[in-house]
Design a binder for this molecule. Structure first.
Ligand SMILES: C[S@@+](CC[C@H](N)C(=O)[O-])C[C@H]1O[C@@H](n2cnc3c(N)ncnc32)[C@H](O)[C@@H]1O
Length: 231
């Protein structure tokens, strides 16, 4: 299975950041973030959701496994009250119940064990608080990426394996997240589709966003390019 590469935050901005910055405010509204609450953003990446939480006047903490993404988030966040930590979503370095809400955008499906991850988000959230998660619907809702997988699947067996892996993740299908929340034991589960526009200036802007090697699709594009260059 392809690994998610998170080493170059500037490249991530062009790759997924251009969409997550538009998704974040809608997700903050969906999650009902309110003034002065302590709110955690798990898998914060370069920090768009964390900053959107702070913009709603909550006390925001973001955490991510990637040191370079967290460094970038710290450098690009003007609000000094926003906290960014490096850490593992499966073993969060926070006490039980310290946050009113735990949010996570485009990260739960990357964890080796999503159920364990969701339990961990729940542990750090106070009783009666809210846990809210966004994952991609890779099967029919991630168009800039699925165009690449479909083309790669025709050209390269590695591309075909990648596409099969991405479209076979039921967590992002309608009802998938709600089912997992039920398994973990949440009450009052609400599932709603959220969408964001990925805007590209040109085909070059679109295609180059995959060639910097970030994420899974970026890593695949690099491997495929190297394979063809070698032949
Ligand atoms: C697709 S990015 C999403 C980033 C950000 N939430 C956004 O929407 O732009 C997935 C993020 O999850 C992080 N991640 C992956 N596994 C993780 C783990 N076990 N613990 C914490 N973060 C993790 C990656 O480093 C990456 O920043």
């Amino acid at each position: 299975m392809a690994k998610f590469v998170a080493t170059n935050p500037e490249a991530y901005e062009a790759y997924v950041g251009r969409g997550s910055q538009r998704l974040a405010p809608a997700f903050v509204r969906f999650a009902g973030v309110s003034v002065n609450e302590r709110v955690l953003d798990v898998g914060c990446g370069t920090g768009y959701l964390t900053r959107a939480i702070a913009a709603a006047h909550a006390r925001a903490t973001g955490i991510d496994l990637s040191i370079s993404y967290v460094d970038f988030a710290r450098r690009t966040t003007a609000d000094e009250k926003v906290i960014f930590d490096v850490g593992d979503a499966l073993d969060l370095p926070y006490s039980d119940g310290v946050f009113e809400r735990a949010l996570s955008m485009l990260a739960l499906d990357l964890l080796p064990d999503a159920t364990r991850g969701l339990r961990e988000f729940c542990r750090v959230t106070r009783v009666g608080g809210t846990v809210a998660v966004v994952v991609n619907n890779f099967r029919c809702g991630w168009t800039p990426f699925s165009l690449v997988w479909d083309a790669a699947a025709v050209l390269d067996p590695y591309g075909a394996a990648m596409r099969d892996e991405m479209v076979s993740k039921p967590l992002g299908w309608p009802g998938g997240l709600a089912k997992l929340f039920g398994v973990v034991g949440f009450a009052n589960v609400v599932e709603e589709p959220l969408s964001a526009v990925f805007e590209y200036r040109s085909f070059g802007d679109y295609w180059s966003s995959f060639l910097t090697g970030q994420g899974k699709t970026g890593a695949m594009s690099r491997i495929s390019k190297a394979r063809y260059a070698a032949n």
